[in-house]
Design a protein around this ligand. Structure first.
Ligand SMILES: Cc1cc2nc3c(=O)[nH]c(=O)nc-3n(C[C@H](O)[C@H](O)[C@H](O)COP(=O)(O)OP(=O)(O)OC[C@H]3O[C@@H](n4cnc5c(N)ncnc54)[C@H](O)[C@@H]3O)c2cc1C
Length: 250
């Protein structure tokens, strides 16, 4: 699923969350060979719940506009900025611009935050069972960062599937959380190197061994990742009604 749209006209008056706000790029950093972290200063920063996304709109010199959805990687942090993590896709209209061209001082537009049901905050409780494929880690990373800020006692486990370790987003942060946060476990599976293979019943069992019966389950990634992973988690005895999913693409 993608909420991608191309637009030629300005939107009419809409509720506040759907209004476009100017945003300025304040930092750009390559965090894997194909993903860049982009930090934006914007009036809507700080309003997000962990897991929500924003729509980003680019406008070309000739007035052509394109917008895409991107999850917010940062929890509210009082900086007036928010962090996106964008995978540069070959021929990608919007991700290609962010990956190849975006620079400090550039201006784009944002609206949101969007996505109430795929979001989490401390009072929602846990334990948290999270599963991500590739760039699907971004909203779940925001949840782990939020948990560390407000509720580190809540048990949490992340099952993360990537092709190679080099392609894993925020791996240093996740491995350090795994070492230092007593209530958190990272179950990493690499599909193109090492012995790990794809996510399977063993990976789910390893995660559940840390969380016990989860109170919240969030799964994010491509369609091909989300459906089989949800099936594995439900087969392990987790009630289907607990499972929230978000799909980034095919
Ligand atoms: C709720 C939500 C949150 C998202 N969060 C993130 C995020 O945090 N980080 C991130 O990098 N992306 C995220 N995405 C995906 C993002 O919205 C775009 O779909 C993606 O960046 C491609 O846009 P594009 O303009 O670069 O490519 P397009 O010009 O739309 O397409 C270029 C080519 O890439 C293919 N393609 C399109 N989307 C994808 C995809 N997601 N995966 C693989 N191939 C694709 C198309 O079929 C086409 O061949 C999210 C999507 C949704 C719906």
């Amino acid at each position: 699923m993608s909420s991608a749209t191309s637009e030629t006209d300005a939107a009419p008056a809409e509720p506040v969350v759907f209004r476009w706000h100017e945003a300025e790029v304040v930092a750009v950093e390559a965090i894997t060979p194909s993903v860049k972290s982009v930090r934006l200063r914007c009036a809507i920063a700080g309003r997000q719940r962990a897991g929500q996304h924003v729509d980003v709109r680019l406008t070309a010199a000739d007035g052509y506009r394109a917008s895409r959805s991107y999850s917010v990687a940062s929890p509210p942090d009082g900086t007036g900025t928010l962090e996106l993590m964008i995978e540069g896709l070959a021929d990608g209209e919007v991700s290609g611009w962010f990956f190849a061209d975006a620079a400090i001082g550039d201006r784009v537009e944002l609206r949101g935050p969007i996505g109430g049901s795929f979001s989490w905050d401390g009072p929602d409780g846990g334990p948290l069972l999270l599963a991500a494929g590739g760039s699907g880690i971004v909203p779940l990373l925001a949840m782990l960062r939020r948990r560390a800020q407000v509720a580190p006692e809540i048990p949490a486990a992340l099952i993360y599937s990537v092709r190679t370790r080099a392609e894993a987003i925020a791996l240093t942060e996740l491995e350090s959380r795994d070492r230092e946060e007593t209530n958190f476990t990272l179950v990493l599976r690499t599909t193109r190197e090492g012995e790990g293979g794809r996510i399977d019943a063993d990976a789910v069992e390893a995660a559940l061994a840390r969380t016990g019966a989860p109170g919240k389950v969030f799964i994010c990634g491509s369609n091909r990742f989300v459906s089989p992973t949800a099936d594995l988690i439900v087969s392990a005895g987790v009630p289907p009604g607990l499972v929230r999913t978000e799909r980034f693409g095919e």
